[in-house]
Design a binder for this molecule. Structure first.
Ligand SMILES: Nc1ncnc2c1ncn2[C@@H]1O[C@H](COP(=O)(O)OP(=O)(O)O)[C@@H](O)[C@H]1O
Ligand SMILES: [Mg+2]
Length: 258
């Protein structure tokens, strides 16, 4: 789909695992700046591989890449060296996994502030203020302001996920990658995280992988349907859910397969 103001774009982007499995296959996809884009599709269709590939987290699985992932400033993520990658992940692209991952043995303050260490150009302000601001944006401050020195692992699941989001946004990244961020949360925490996504979209470009069709429709302006590693259809969310042009997309959204 044609997009004027793009925050990042992939071109014929493929990620291959060492066992030969092509996790995602020749995906060309622009992402609109300051919008939420949902990625949907059945299990194993390559959603997580694509998301992890975009900030090269798949390096950890010894994956190989083809194609490119171009940032707004023209940088190709595929060309970055390990040092530049650390900066990218710390400052430009935040990532939140399906299962919240608080750092063991760290306090809430230490946990959320960790990416500040990768920030080469701190724009003033102290650690406490930055942590406070991130926790406020993540709608968690009111619940934890008087226990910042407690272990982050002592929080509930829903709080831990919002803590991971606070950590992912503390350096104000342009892009936020969310891989099924609500799949382990109860309905109340899910609603908090969805509200948060809508608020963060005003100054972040957000990609969210979700299994929940209602969630995609609630939070995303655009939606992409993946199947067997390929991008099948990409359009405004309304069009995908009300008037899909591909039969596979139509079958998936009405639940003929999952
Ligand atoms: N670490 C891995 N090693 C080998 N193959 C993997 C690995 N992780 C995922 N895959 C394969 O890559 C494909 C895409 O998986 P994934 O991206 O996890 O799909 P989704 O997130 O859509 O469920 C699947 O065939 C899966 O089996
Ligand atoms: Mg996945």
């Amino acid at each position: 789909m044609k997009i004027e103001n793009k925050a990042i774009e992939t071109f014929d982007f493929s990620v291959k695992y060492p066992n030969g499995v092509l996790g995602c296959d020749s995906i060309s996809m622009p992402f609109a700046a300051n919008e939420v884009t949902a990625i949907i599709g059945p299990s194993g269709c390559g959603k997580s591989t694509f998301l992890k590939g975009m900030n090269r987290l798949s390096d950890e699985f010894n994956c190989t890449y083809q194609g490119s992932v171009i940032m707004k400033n023209g940088t190709d993520v595929m060309n970055l060296d390990p040092y530049e990658l650390c900066l990218l992940r710390g400052n430009k692209i935040g990532y939140v996994m399906q299962k919240p991952v608080p750092f063991s043995g760290k306090t809430i303050l230490q946990d959320v502030s960790m990416p500040l260490r990768a920030n080469m150009e701190p724009d003033g302000g102290n650690v406490y203020d930055k942590v406070k601001s991130a926790l406020e944006k993540a709608a968690l401050w009111d619940e934890v302001h008087d226990r910042l020195n407690d272990l982050s692992t002592s929080l509930s699941g829903g709080q831990q996920q919002r803590l991971c989001i606070a950590r992912a946004i503390i350096n104000a990244p342009e892009i936020l990658l969310l891989d099924e961020p609500c799949s382990s949360l109860d309905p109340k925490s899910t609603q908090l995280v969805e509200n948060l996504i809508l608020e963060l979209a005003s100054d972040h470009t957000i990609m969210i992988v979700t299994h929940n069709m209602q969630q995609a429709q609630r939070v995303a302006q655009r939606t992409a349907f993946f199947y067997e590693g390929k991008l099948i259809e990409y359009d405004f969310t309304n069009a995908i859910f009300n008037n899909p042009s591909d039969e596979l997309t139509g079958d998936y959204i009405v639940g003929k397969f999952s």
